[in-house]
Design a protein. Structure first.
Length: 108
């Protein structure tokens, strides 16, 4: 699954607010992989990097996994083909939400 392009449904486009925590504004697109379920029983969440406009769908490669040590679910990180990000770049881009968790970023 992770080596192939993944289609992501974006339910929180860049610039939108978190549905439960209005102080969290998404500086990147964020969505899920339809039909692929994570440990929390919900569809797998994905941060989308390298896309600077709000989108409703995205097809790209999963480049990293954010393993949350103090939560039941991991997050995926996707980017357009042939685009890469370092661990530090990923951490900086997802910190708006991941700062609340003890996590490890694993590059694929």
């Amino acid at each position: 699954m992770l080596s192939k392009p993944v289609k992501i449904v974006v339910d929180r486009p860049l610039g939108s607010r978190h549905p439960k925590h209005e102080n969290i504004v998404y500086p990147i697109n964020y969505g899920y992989v339809e039909g692929f379920f994570a440990a929390d029983g919900e569809e797998q969440d994905v941060y989308i990097l390298g896309v600077d406009v709000p989108v409703r769908e995205f097809v790209g490669r999963v480049i990293a996994i954010i393993h949350r040590k103090n939560d039941v679910e991991d997050k995926w990180v996707a980017a357009p083909e042939r685009m890469t990000f370092s661990i530090d770049e990923i951490r900086k881009l997802v910190d708006f939400q991941e700062k609340y968790f003890d996590s490890q970023i694993i590059l694929l």
